[in-house]
Design a protein around this ligand. Structure first.
Ligand code: MN
Length: 247
């Protein structure tokens, strides 16, 4: 039976005269489907009991990209260049991350997701990299559609890591569409990938549970641009499948 993968969502407005939508970018859904999972979009709801019911149904949790995280979650005042935040989404994803980490349910956290994971476990973030870190790498290449697939900088991967085993290399070029990043690493996480300027770009768990946080956007690369990323989505879905059969 195919494992069910929760993909958390965002609230968006498509028409100014219509009520808001809840959804996620199709690329995440396609990546999970292609890897053998059954994707399920989790709405942004302010109902802990209902959220827990949904969480209990799924075999793995994918935390996708999106807005900035409200810095109050790591006890900082907003930086002047903090982007838009979504307090409702923060609550849902921080909760999903904490539950999944506590139970060892497989997690794949992408872009905002790696940041959510770090904050959920007690870490902090750079709120705006260009102002807070001296680097020659432009990590934020958003704003133009082609930049989703532009390979911006190397990702240097720790040889003894799940990521290195799955992707089969210790260095590859990645896309980069972020202006926030992990600052202080949370307990329970281990850095397994960095950019040449030292920015943390990949984390795993310290306890062996399948937990993979990635600052880049592999959901935009696996199909055409770097098929090695297929193995990462497949590894996640397989771990979700194994966690399902062990429950
Ligand atoms: Mn980057």
């Amino acid at each position: 039976m195919r494992p069910v993968i929760a993909i958390s969502s965002r609230i968006a407005q498509d028409l100014d005269w219509a009520p808001p939508l809840i959804g996620t970018r199709q690329a995440y859904v396609e990546a999970i489907l292609a890897a053998g999972g059954a994707p399920m979009i989790v709405p942004i709801i302010d109902d802990l009991e209902a959220l827990r019911r949904l969480y209990d149904v799924v075999d793995g949790v994918l935390l996708p990209g999106g807005e900035d995280i409200d810095p109050r979650h790591f006890a900082e005042a907003p930086h002047p260049q903090l982007g838009s935040v979504s307090p409702e989404r923060d609550e849902v994803e921080l909760q999903l991350a904490r539950w999944a980490v506590a139970e060892g349910k497989p997690i794949l956290a992408i872009c905002r997701g790696i940041q959510v994971l770090n904050v959920a476990l007690g870490g902090t973030l750079y709120q705006h990299l260009p102002a807070q870190l001296d680097s020659t790498i432009g990590h934020d290449r958003g704003g133009h559609s082609e930049d989703w697939i532009t390979l911006v900088h190397p990702l240097i991967i720790t040889p003894d890591s799940r990521l290195a085993r799955l992707i089969g290399t210790c260095e590859l070029q990645v896309n980069s569409l972020h202006h926030q990043a992990i600052k202080d690493l949370a307990p329970g996480l281990r850095v397994v990938g960095t950019a040449p300027d030292g920015v943390i770009e990949a984390v795993e768990s310290t306890n062996g549970a399948f937990l993979l946080g990635l600052q880049c956007h592999p959901e935009m690369l696996w199909k055409d641009h770097d098929t090695r990323w297929r193995q990462v989505f497949r590894g996640f879905v397989e771990a979700a499948s194994a966690s399902r059969s062990s429950r």
